[in-house]
Ligand binder design. Structure first.
Ligand SMILES: N[C@@H](CCC(=O)N[C@@H](CS)C(=O)NCC(=O)O)C(=O)O
Length: 191
């Protein structure tokens, strides 16, 4: 198997953590720079991660997780876990929009409908996810917990979120940060 991604993307990191015990090649691309042509050759959606397993290409981290669960014989996610992933993905997508906007020189704090919607979505999803952490819904280290970890650690790493009122998310992150597969994929470390 070959995983195309980057060391900083939270969507790629969740897949790398999932693949921690598997044999695979990791292709680390700078998708906004030198690696963009390789990305263009591999995924018309121009997003990472993507997985190549023999003749089968899989786009999108969520679909890759389903593919790997099927291949490795893991139980499918419950509907409640699917909903957790939808909330995590909503917060992740809006956070990526904020980061790309900042890098484009746009003021993400401005009172504009588009940014108000992104900030509101990040706030409502993170509050709900923090309440779920408090209720013990992420106490098993399974794919939804891995995805929550990589989201929380990434928005903190990129300084995209004020954690006031959602401190449980940081406690959850701190509780798991010494796991070897987490330490090995820290976006702050040269890899
Ligand atoms: N739904 C996709 C989202 C992947 C995604 O947005 N990845 C970001 C990197 S963190 C990306 O490739 N962004 C490129 C862009 O938005 O142009 C997944 O789960 O794989």
């Amino acid at each position: 198997m070959k995983l195309i991604g980057s060391t900083t993307s939270p969507f790629v990191r969740r897949t790398r953590v999932l693949l921690a015990d598997a044999a695979y090649e990791f292709v680390n691309l700078d998708i906004y720079g030198a690696g963009r042509d390789e990305l263009r050759r591999n995924n018309p959606a121009l997003k990472i991660p993507m997985l190549i397993d023999g003749d089968q290409e899989i786009y999108d981290s969520r679909v890759i997780a389903r593919y790997l669960a099927d291949k490795l014989g893991h139980a499918p996610l419950t509907w409640d876990q699917e909903n957790q992933l939808t909330l995590i993905d909503a917060a992740s997508d809006s956070s990526v929009i904020l980061l790309l906007s900042k890098r484009s020189g746009l003021d993400v704090e401005q009172d504009a409908m588009f940014y108000n919607l992104q900030r509101e979505r990040i706030m409502t999803t993170l509050r709900t996810l923090a309440a779920m952490v408090d209720a013990g819904e992420f106490s098993n280290w399974q794919y939804p917990a891995i995805c929550l970890y990589t989201l929380v650690d990434w928005v903190d790493f990129r300084s995209l979120v004020d954690f006031n009122g959602v401190e449980s998310l940081l406690s959850f992150r701190d509780h798991h940060q010494s796991r070897p597969e987490i330490a090995a994929t820290d976006p702050r470390q040269p890899q």
